[in-house]
Design a protein around this ligand. Structure first.
Ligand SMILES: CC(C)(COP(=O)(O)OP(=O)(O)OC[C@H]1O[C@@H](n2cnc3c(N)ncnc32)[C@H](O)[C@@H]1OP(=O)(O)O)[C@@H](O)C(=O)NCCC(=O)NCCS
Length: 428
């Protein structure tokens, strides 16, 4: 039976259809609401608003479920690789062996970026945050591949842009770091797998080859899988909305990187480590900071806690916590910040304030600790997140274009002045 929602407004009744998803989640379709009643809906932060229908990622925040194309994040993190997951997200199915090999070889063939990118990189001052550098470099790819700007681009051209985006991102990300530390850039090595090649470009020097530790490369690959998509979050919605104006994939991804940068989104992983270090330097006084987080007159929040949709636990955080313990043990690293993190988690999880608001550690709470153990500097953490999120953004952009979604253009309730006459400056 087709379900409907009935709305009555000013003595008029209208019926709005209910849409049901494949996991039985339900939405009222309000696309006719304004034409039939003159009303719009007001939903700050889109807390109740579905912006699209999507077959990429399923997320159940109440039950702590995350699946890409139907496969659980736990299974993928344990058995898959980042490039296989990228293929899955973008194409909808797991690849067979030939498809995976072709995909890998296409990516490998496009890892190099145009030499002119180096002069753009040279223009950035040494203190430039790598996220700012990365989004600029990604945007600059439009200059090297102008066909990507054509709104009537062929599917072949789109596929080429997709491959180039995945292939060149590690190069651009590693170079944004080399600019930061004022070291010569290192070119990609196509004999290495995706994560190892990235680590090579990050840590090798022209004078010193860096033998990538497979423990580190495997851990990074797993982290990238965990970050690969997360349905209609702030940056994915940004990518879709920029793409809805028929902007190029590079421009849309660059916008997504900017959206991810903020501390309430991907920037939280950097903010978590800075917070944990601050607590450690403050005599490890965890209780003081839990108190601060609860104090409404204090803007301080526990970074790495809370999530817009996960209200029981973040499944990625569980996997990361376990991986974190394993990686630290395998690498023989002890990190005093980890002790602060564990104590903070224990105290906060028992605290009524956090229980009442369903605030749990999210993916960013432990990822920074692993990144530190892998030797990744703090201001590269969000770049690592961006690197992982690339296939998700691509899949979201592609789906939005294939569904021929209209340009994203929310409405508003205007609360400003009514019409008034212009006053000459002498009379103001
Ligand atoms: C992720 C986040 C932005 C979600 O925000 P949201 O869904 O809009 O939730 P709200 O900001 O409305 O928070 C709901 C309540 O919990 C409180 N809260 C949320 N996160 C909190 C945190 N990290 N520390 C302390 N209080 C927090 C809010 O103050 C609010 O309290 P109130 O109901 O008494 O006013 C938010 O939890 C946050 O800022 N977390 C820290 C940043 C972070 O780790 N981001 C990474 C996300 S993967």
């Amino acid at each position: 039976m087709n379900k409907k929602v009935e709305i009555s407004f000013q003595n008029e009744k209208i019926e709005l259809p209910v849409v049901t998803g494949s996991e039985n989640e339900q939405a009222v379709d309000i696309s006719k609401l304004r034409s039939q009643t003159g009303l719009i809906t007001l939903d700050r932060g889109f807390k109740n608003t579905g912006s699209t229908s999507s077959s990429i990622t399923f997320l159940d925040g109440e039950r702590g479920i995350l699946r890409y194309r139907g496969y659980s994040i736990e299974d993928l993190a344990q058995h898959s690789s980042f490039l296989e997951v990228s293929y899955l997200l973008i194409n909808g199915q797991l690849p067979n062996i030939n498809e995976l090999n072709n995909f890998k070889s296409e990516i490998t063939n496009h890892t190099l970026v145009a030499e002119d990118v180096r002069s753009i990189l040279d223009g950035f001052p040494p203190r430039a945050h790598p996220m700012g550098v990365l989004c600029s470099l990604v945007s600059s790819l439009t200059a090297f591949y102008p066909k990507s700007l054509d709104p009537n681009r062929s599917s072949e051209e789109i596929n080429g842009t997709i491959i180039r985006t995945i292939a060149k991102l590690p190069t651009l990300a590693a170079w944004s770091y080399k600019n930061r530390v004022r070291q010569p850039i290192i070119y990609p090595r196509n004999d290495l797998d995706y994560s190892s090649n990235f680590l090579h470009m990050m840590f090798a020097l022209p004078t010193l080859n860096n033998n990538v530790n497979p423990i580190v490369a495997n851990a990074l690959d797993k982290l990238l899988i965990l970050h690969a998509d997360h349905e209609q979050n702030c940056s994915a919605s940004t990518v879709r909305i920029v793409g809805s104006s028929h902007a190029s994939l590079y421009a849309s991804i660059s916008a997504g990187i900017n959206a991810l940068w903020g501390p309430l989104h991907g920037g939280a992983n950097q903010a978590v480590i800075e917070m944990l270090e601050q607590i450690r330097n403050d005599e490890g006084n965890v209780k003081k900071y839990v108190q601060k987080a609860k104090d409404k007159s204090d803007p301080f929040r526990l970074m790495g806690f809370g999530h817009r949709v996960y209200k029981s636990f973040d499944p990625r955080a569980r996997i990361i916590k376990k991986t974190c313990d394993e990686v630290l043990e395998q690498l023989g690293v002890t990190d005093p910040v980890l002790d602060v993190a564990k104590e903070l988690e224990e105290i906060a999880l028992k605290d009524q304030y956090f229980i009442d608001r369903s605030l749990y550690p999210n993916v960013d709470f432990y990822s920074g600790i692993i990144y530190r153990a892998l030797g990744i500097p703090t201001d590269m953490f969000t770049v690592m997140f961006a690197l992982g999120r690339i296939p998700g953004w691509i899949a979201q952009w592609k789906e939005s274009r294939e569904q021929n979604e209209p340009i994203g253009r929310p409405r508003q309730i205007y609360t400003g002045e009514k019409q008034r006459d212009y006053i000459n400056i002498k009379n103001r």
